[in-house]
Ligand binder design. Structure first.
Ligand code: NAD
Length: 503
C-alpha cells in the first residue's frame, strides 16, 4: 500500500490549480487545487468539531494516537523519502535523515506533554497563604501551520507534533512546492486514528493566498515558517483579529573558527552546514569568521573539500537542485555582487540551470548582500578576523539571529563564545546538532523570528497558561473585601516593611 496523495486536480476548469514539479527535471509530478478562503474556513470548522474528540482523549489517548502516526511514518520512511527526493530535490539519504529526526520529535512531544503541560502546584506566598495555587497549560484550540519547502517534513513537524501533543487540532498549509508531502502526512494521520479523529489534522493546498486565508479563518494561533518578508504579511493578516503568531523565519548563520580549533573538523562541518540541501537550510552556515591564526589553513581545507562536493540528481550527488527556481537569481546576484566588490570565488561561483556549484567566497565586503542577506544557496563567505571577539562582533552584525556554530580547542570557552552570539541556537564543535535534540527549543531573534518549536518551550508555545487558586480556608479577616478596616491594611504595611524592607 502506498500513501501517495489522492487529491486529484479539479476536473472543473473553473477551479484554480497549481502544479508540483520535480525540481531536477521540471516534470509535473501532480496538480492540486488552490483552496479558497471558504474551503479553508470549512477545514477549520471541521477541525473545531474534531477537537472535541481529540481533547477527550486526554494525554494518554493522544500519546497512543501520536505513536500510531509515528509508526505509520516510520514504517514507510523509504516511501516518504522518495517523495521528498522527487518533490524537493534533495538526495534520498538527506530525506531519510530529515524524516528520522521528525519522527523522534513526535515521540518526544507525545511523551513529555503530560509532565510539561499538566497541572503543577505553585507556592502561594505570604499574601495568599490560605490558597492552594496551581498552573496548567491548556490547548489553544485550532492551530494553523504554514510551512516551507526546504525541510518539508522536519520543519512543519516542529509545529504539528507539538501542537497536537498539547491537545490542539491543526490545519496545515504546506508550501506550494511540496504539497504532496503535506498530503502524505495527512493520509498517514488518517490511517492512524479512528474516524472521529481524522480531521484533527487536515491539509489545505494552495499558494500564498491560501496561507493568508488560513490566518483569517478563525484559528487560535498561526505557526509560520518561511521568509521574514512573508512573515510580516502573515503577522499583518493575523493582527486583524489578534491571532497570536509563532515566527520561524530565515537566517544568516555564521561559524566562528577560533585560534586553537581543529581546522579540518571545522572545514568539514562548514561545508556540510553550508552546502547540504543545496544550502537551502534556515540554520545553514552562510558565513565563516576564522581567526588570523587559522584562516589560511581553514580556507585551504575548505576549498579542497569543496572540490569533492557535487550537485546533481543522481544517486551519488552531494546535493540536489535549487528547489525554487526564483532563488537562483538571488544566489547569482549575491555571487556577482561579491565578486564585483573585490571578492573572489576560490571555488564554484557557477550556475548550471538549477544546479549551483559549491562556492567559497573570500575578501567579500561585510556590507555586501552575500554577507548581510539570506542567500539560501550553496555558498559560504569566509572572512579573516583578529580574534574570537571580533568574530562575535561581526557575527552579530546582521538583522538575523537564528543559529550558528563555534569551533575551538577549548569547548568550555566555546560555550562562553556561544552565549555571546545573538541567536536562538549555537553548537560548539559541530553544526546543527541542536536541531536533533528534541528537548532543546528551536527558534530565532530579530528577522529570524520569535517563539519556539521543540522542547518544553515548543509544547508551551501551543498552549495558554491557566492559573487556578483554590481557597483552602477562609481567613478571619478579608483583605479583598469592602469590609476590611484601615487598621488591617496598616498591619499589612507593617509586615511588608519587616519582611521586605530590611537593608
Ligand atoms: P516563503 O516565505 O516564500 O513561504 C512560506 C509559506 O508561506 C508557504 O507555504 C507560502 O505559500 C506561504 N505564504 C506565502 N505568502 C503568504 C501570505 N501572504 N500569507 C500567508 N502565507 C503565505 O518561504 P519558503 O521559500 O517556502 O521557505 C524558505 C524560507 O523559510 C527561508 O527564508 C528559510 O530560512 C525559512 N525557514 C525557516 C525555518 C526556521 O525554523 N526558522 C525553517 C525552514 C525554513
Amino acid at each position: 500500500m502506498t500513501l501517495a496523495p489522492e487529491r486529484p486536480a479539479a476536473a472543473d476548469p473553473a477551479v484554480e490549480v497549481f502544479d508540483s514539479l520535480d525540481p531536477a527535471t521540471g516534470e509535473v509530478l501532480a496538480t492540486y487545487p488552490v483552496q479558497s478562503a471558504e474551503e479553508v474556513e470549512a477545514a477549520v470548522a471541521r477541525a473545531r468539531v474534531a477537537l472535541q474528540w481529540w481533547q477527550a482523549q486526554g494525554y494518554e489517548g493522544r500519546r497512543t494516537h501520536l505513536r500510531a502516526w509515528k509508526g505509520a511514518i516510520a514504517r514507510r520512511i523509504q516511501e516518504l523519502a522518495e517523495l521528498v527526493h522527487r518533490e524537493n530535490g534533495k538526495p534520498r539519504p538527506d530525506a531519510l535523515l530529515e524524516i528520522a529526526l521528525a519522527v523522534d520529535h513526535i515521540e518526544w512531544a507525545a511523551k513529555k506533554a503530560p509532565k510539561v503541560l499538566g497541572p503543577r502546584r505553585v507556592a502561594s506566598g505570604m499574601m495568599a497563604a490560605n490558597q492552594a495555587s496551581s498552573v496548567e497549560y491548556q490547548a489553544l484550540g485550532v492551530v494553523g501551520v504554514i510551512g516551507p519547502w526546504n525541510y518539508p517534513v522536519f520543519t512543519p513537524m516542529g509545529s504539528l507534533a507539538y501542537a497536537l501533543a498539547a491537545g490542539n487540532a491543526v490545519v496545515f498549509k504546506p508550501s506550494e512546492f511540496t504539497p504532496a508531502i503535506g498530503l502524505w502526512l495527512e493520509r498517514a494521520w488518517q490511517m492512524s486514528v479512528p474516524a472521529e479523529g481524522r480531521e484533527v489534522l487536515q491539509v489545505v493546498t494552495g499558494l500564498g493566498a491560501t496561507g493568508a486565508a488560513l490566518c483569517r479563518a478563525g484559528v487560535d494561533k498561526i505557526a509560520f515558517t518561511g521568509s521574514a518578508a512573508t512573515g510580516k504579511k502573515v503577522m499583518a493578516a493575523c493582527a486583524e483579529t489578534l491571532v497570536p503568531v509563532l515566527m520561524e523565519c530565515g537566517g544568516k548563520d555564521a561559524m566562528i573558527v577560533d585560534d586553537d580549533a581543529d581546522v579540518a573538523a571545522a572545514a568539514d562541518a562548514a561545508l556540510w552546514g553550508g552546502m547540504s540541501n543545496a544550502g537551502q537550510t534556515c540554520i545553514g552556515i552562510e558565513r565563516v569568521y576564522a581567526t588570523d591564526k587559522v584562516y589560511d589553513a581553514f580556507v585551504t581545507e575548505l576549498t579542497t573539500r569543496a572540490a569533492a562536493v557535487r550537485p546533481g540528481s543522481d544517486a551519488t550527488a552531494s546535493y540536489g537542485p535549487i528547489t525554487m527556481p526564483s532563488q537562483v537569481g538571488i544566489i547569482q546576484r549575491h555571487i556577482d555582487d561579491a565578486v564585483a566588490r573585490g571578492g573572489r570565488a576560490l571555488t564554484g561561483g557557477t550556475v548550471d540551470g538549477l544546479f549551483v556549484a559549491p562556492t567559497v567566497l573570500v575578501d567579500v565586503p561585510e556590507d555586501s548582500a552575500a554577507v548581510q542577506e539570506e542567500t539560501f544557496g550553496p555558498t559560504i563567505t569566509v572572512a579573516r578576523v583578529r580574534d574570537a571577539d571580533e568574530a562575535v562582533e561581526r557575527t552579530n552584525a546582521t538583522s538575523y539571529g537564528l543559529a550558528g556554530a563555534v569551533f575551538t580547542g577549548d569547548s568550555k570557552r566555546g560555550v562562553g563564545i556561544a552565549r555571546r552570539i545573538r541567536s536562538g541556537m549555537t553548537s560548539v564543535n559541530s553544526v546543527i546538532a541542536f536541531a536533533s535534540v528534541p528537548g532543546l527549543p528551536f527558534g530565532g531573534v530579530g528577522d529570524s523570528g520569535f517563539g519556539r518549536i521543540h522542547g518544553e518551550d515548543g509544547l508551551k508555545e501551543f498552549t495558554r497558561a491557566k492559573a487556578i487558586t483554590r481557597q483552602r480556608f477562609a481567613l478571619p479577616v478579608q483583605l479583598l473585601s469592602f469590609t476590611r478596616t484601615p487598621e488591617l491594611t496598616d498591619k499589612v504595611a507593617k509586615v511588608v516593611g519587616m519582611v521586605h524592607g530590611r537593608g
